[in-house]
Design a protein around this ligand. Structure first.
Ligand code: PHE
Length: 349
């Protein structure tokens, strides 16, 4: 029986030597290590041996089995490497010093406007923060004074994961984390919280020229002692006038959002007629641009900030909408289209 082991090993080695691809290897594996293969046969043959012989011989058969398995694995690895090398060799040679046929890439219009807004806010001392796209129900709603079953949730139906998390329906979902991050510096060292946080948002929308299920917003918050609506108006007017490169007028109308009190809709004077009234602004002279308001005491509390001592404002700039207005884009779906013909037209000014 010992000689049988040697024979199996030799035959196996010879066949393995000849194997050229994974199909060959699989055939060898089945032939030698399968249920009807010689290794199984050897095991079965042991039943006529004495217990001592069984022990010694069993060990040898087991060693053989491990040896064959190991060799198969080695050869599999070797053949894979050969395959990759062959693929590399067959690849056409290319000259990395050749100029690109496509010309230079360009930034997406949303990136251009986002960077412009970030630059302006940075000059006014705001930190730029990033935040996850997947958030909890607490972050997106509860911490913003929108309890379960509140009708305000209807406007923000979004996409839910099986674990209860969701794709954020507005950048306000980062507010709680921002307050918690900066509150110690505010309370202990008197450093005002000034942050903007641009981000991609998602809503369950029927898409049309004005609605998309994926769009961008840019949220901003400022919290300190004695922050008032005048601060909000000043920052928004300064920022928007710079983005549009003209001295804009702004006005506030009442608006409801559970996380601000009072809440507003901020309008800017029409970009086309400057406030005279034209078809673009439906002859009102104003364009609706940005919901905002004074941060609700409950929202500050949830962020660990005492609303009796501190106040603040928050705004939720529709970045996608701003891009459409700045560049005169009529259909929001163009922005997510991936069409280079459309998207490469915009340049950094
Ligand atoms: N998060 C609100 C929305 O997307 C906008 C908003 C932000 C309103 C901040 C007020 C203050 O609808």
């Amino acid at each position: 029986m010992e000689s049988k082991i040697i024979l199996v090993r030799d035959e196996f080695t010879a066949e393995l030597e000849k194997a050229e691809n994974s199909a060959d290897l699989e055939a060898i594996r089945v032939k030698y290590l399968g249920k009807k293969g010689p290794v199984t046969e050897l095991m079965k043959g042991m039943k006529d041996l004495t217990p001592d012989e069984k022990k010694a011989f069993g060990q040898k058969v087991n060693d053989l089995k491990s040896e064959l398995t190991e060799k198969l694995t080695e050869k599999t690895k070797f053949l894979k490497e050969q395959e990759i090398l062959k693929e590399i060799e067959s690849m056409p040679e290319f000259d990395i010093s050749m100029p690109a046929a496509l010309g230079e890439g360009s930034y997406h219009p949303v990136t251009l406007v986002q960077r412009e807004c970030e630059r302006i806010f940075k000059t006014m001392g705001f930190a730029v923060e990033d935040y996850s796209e997947i958030v909890t129900d607490y972050e997106c709603f509860e911490a913003l004074n929108i309890p379960k079953h509140h009708p305000a949730r209807d406007m923000q139906d979004t996409y839910y994961l099986e674990n209860g998390q969701l794709l954020k329906s507005h950048t306000s979902a980062a507010q709680n984390a921002i307050y918690k991050k900066y509150k110690d510096a505010l309370i202990n060292d008197g450093v005002p919280i000034k942050a903007i946080f641009p981000g991609r948002c998602f809503r369950n929308e029927a898409t049309d020229a004005c609605h998309e299920n994926t769009f961008f917003q840019m949220e901003g918050v400022m919290v300190d002692k004695d922050i008032s609506i005048s601060n909000l108006i000043y920052f928004m007017k300064t920022m928007l006038s710079e983005v549009f490169r003209k001295d804009l007028k702004v006005r506030l109308r009442p608006g409801f959002f559970p996380f601000v009190e009072p809440g507003f809709e901020l309008d800017i004077s029409c970009l086309i007629c400057g406030g005279e009234g034209c078809p673009s602004c439906k002859h009102s002279g104003w364009l609706e641009l940005c919901p905002c308001g004074m941060i609700h005491p409950e929202v500050l509390k949830a962020g660990g900030i005492d609303p009796d001592e501190y106040t603040g404002f928050a705004f939720g700039l529709g970045l996608t909408r701003l891009v459409m207005m700045k560049y005169g884009i009529k259909d929001i779906r163009d922005l997510n289209s991936g069409s280079l013909k459309t998207l490469t037209q915009f340049i950094d000014e």
